[in-house]
Write a protein that binds this ligand. Structure first.
Ligand code: SDX
Length: 383
């Protein structure tokens, strides 16, 4: 047994994986050997899902069949839709609504009795969950607006269909491509907290619905996926304050506030995904003729990086620092940013579940007991 407690499992190797690798010093991320920059530029989200789940890029026939199998599973049944509606009416947090609705999907799972060791069945279930998450989220947002959900579009890809179900209009190609790229960037990232959560659940040979529901719960926290919403809320706070962003961030730092979107357990330099999203953010700002949000974000980054020297301390912008500004410029509600992260990361959760269960070992660490020993029992009358 290891003697020293590694709080937060910092630096502890618990598995080997071929899905993704992060070089925290070089700021490099690869999925199955492919640079994230290449995938973000050349691939589609469905192509990356296939790569993560099957280990290689698909041929055009394989991709057509795979993407088609996901398109065929987009509908959610009336019981789940009613659960979504009731949560929207109750003004539930979107990530909590997603967690509940994904768990409820198992009610209509046609292979309930599948052997958990049957990874092909797990793959089929995973396709169903991945296909339905965008439908759940779009229906939730429509119900919140007092509108009826829009049925999934039969021909659009996952990202474009999500935008279509939000508005009922076929999305602008730039918006669709931007969301598709964001889904690629968020798909997998080693053994982050939500992925590891899914693996722990899967290591007991529990079903993939349990693993994904656990992943959603872990991702919702502000130290993890919830940070993208926090970043946008900070930028809106700046916009509504009577201070310019530089004055605002100086004040925030003086008050000892931790700026969301900065810092990472693995990256000591700027997250390569943040660099790609920053470019996308600049393009959208130019196309919209409104550089404000981009300027706020870069001003805060510059101050923290240069004036505060955070990057020298290994505290740099992570994926969440620019993703919010991208989504905001597409008109997506702020509390839907982390759900979009989940819509993408389900690909990584499932990829790691399939990989780990293929050579499974129950994940069960140890804790050092520091409580009393040989305590003497005292009857309640004498306490
Ligand atoms: C994601 O793991 C992944 O791969 C996650 C992710 C993925 O794709 O799955 O990349 C997605 O979750 C990105 C991270 C999103 N979270 C945030 O942006 C929240 C703000 N950042 C942090 O709270 C923090 O940086 C964490 C939680 C992300 C990482 O925390 P660690 O590794 O436990 O580091 P720490 O909290 O111990 O901080 C180390 C030092 C501290 O300084 P000292 O007290 O040692 O002097 O860095 C400082 C911290 O004070 N620090 C910050 C800071 N984050 C850390 N200082 C100022 N601002 C910040 N945002």
């Amino acid at each position: 047994m290891l003697e020293d407690v590694q709080k937060g499992l910092e630096g502890v190797l618990v598995a080997e994986s071929g899905l993704s690798s992060i070089d925290g010093d070089a700021g490099r991320l690869i999925y199955r050997g492919y640079n994230i920059e290449t995938l973000a530029r050349e691939a589609t989200y469905e192509e990356v899902l296939y790569l993560l789940w099957h280990g290689e890029l698909p041929t055009s026939e394989e991709l057509e069949e795979f993407a088609g199998s996901i398109q065929d599973e987009r509908e959610i049944d009336a019981d789940v839709l009613e659960i979504v509606r009731r949560q929207a009416v109750a003004d539930e947090e979107p990530m909590a609504a997603l967690r509940t609705a994904v768990s409820a999907l198992s009610m209509s799972e046609p292979e309930d009795d599948a052997d958990p060791e049957d990874l092909d069945a797990t793959l089929r279930k995973s396709r169903r969950i991945t296909a339905k998450i965008p439908t759940i989220l779009a229906a939730f947002e429509r119900y919140r607006l007092g509108e009826a959900p829009v049925d999934p579009h039969p021909d659009l890809g996952l990202a474009a269909n999500f935008l279509y179900m939000l508005t009922g209009e076929e999305p602008d190609p730039v918006a669709a491509e931007t969301i598709d790229q964001a889904l690629i960037l968020h798909a997998d990232h080693g053994l982050n907290a939500s992925t590891f959560t899914s693996m722990v659940i899967a290591s007991t040979m529990a079903d993939v619905y349990s693993a994904v529901t656990g992943g959603i719960g872990a991702l919702s926290g502000p130290l993890h996926g919830g940070a993208n919403q926090d970043v946008m809320e900070v930028l809106i706070e700046v916009d509504e304050s009577d201070r310019d962003p530089l004055e605002w961030v100086k004040n925030a730092v003086d008050e000892g506030r931790r700026i969301p979107g900065f810092g990472h357990r693995v990256y000591n330099v700027k997250d390569p995904r943040a660099k790609i999203l920053q470019e996308r953010c600049a393009e959208l700002a130019e196309a919209n003729g409104d550089e404000k949000w981009y300027d706020y974000t870069t001003t805060i980054e510059q101050y923290l990086t240069e004036e505060q020297g955070l990057v020298e301390k290994g505290i740099a912008p992570n994926v969440d620092f620019y993703s919010g500004t991208v989504y905001y410029q597409l008109g997506i509600p702020v509390d839907m940013y982390t759900p979009i992260f989940a819509m993408s990361r389900v690909g990584g959760w499932v990829g790691h579940v399939l990989e780990y269960q293929d050579d499974n070992r129950l994940i069960r660490p140890r804790g050092r007991y520091i409580g009393p020993d040989d305590a003497e029992w005292v009857p309640i009358e004498e306490r």
